[in-house]
Design a protein around this ligand. Structure first.
Ligand SMILES: [Zn+2]
Length: 122
């Protein structure tokens, strides 16, 4: 991969990391500290039956599980940045084939080719 391309992916990864970190912090704050009365007012326009008792817990659990995924993404981004430095970026960690650019453009922190990613998800 050309240096200019690597630089571009690095910039995208760094930008993505910053954005995710901001989101994680924000989500942690709202999941752990906010109560319904403090939330941003969207709920007041909801019909009463949708704002029933008990959904707070559900919302909190949902947000926290989403955060765990984001932490995983942050790890993947950190690994991808290391691989840019070591020159391994763009190669599948598993089988070593070149990861197609279309995939890297969609998921710049992808460490596996499509085949291996499908395999590891099973
Ligand atoms: Zn592979």
């Amino acid at each position: 991969m050309k240096k200019a391309e690597l630089k571009e992916y690095r910039e995208r990864l760094v930008a993505l990391r910053l954005r995710l970190r901001g989101d994680v912090t924000q989500m942690a704050n709202s999941a752990l500290k906010k109560t319904r009365s403090e939330s941003n007012g969207d709920l007041s326009s909801m019909p009463i039956h949708m704002a029933d008792i008990g959904s707070d817990n559900f919302e909190q659990e949902f947000t926290l599980s989403l955060m765990e995924n984001e932490e995983g993404t942050l790890d993947a981004i950190a690994t991808a940045l290391e691989r840019i430095e070591s020159g391994a970026f763009g190669q599948c960690e598993e089988c070593g084939v070149k990861i197609p650019k279309t995939r890297l453009n969609a998921i710049p922190y992808a460490a596996l080719c499509v085949k291996c990613a499908e395999h590891s998800e099973r």
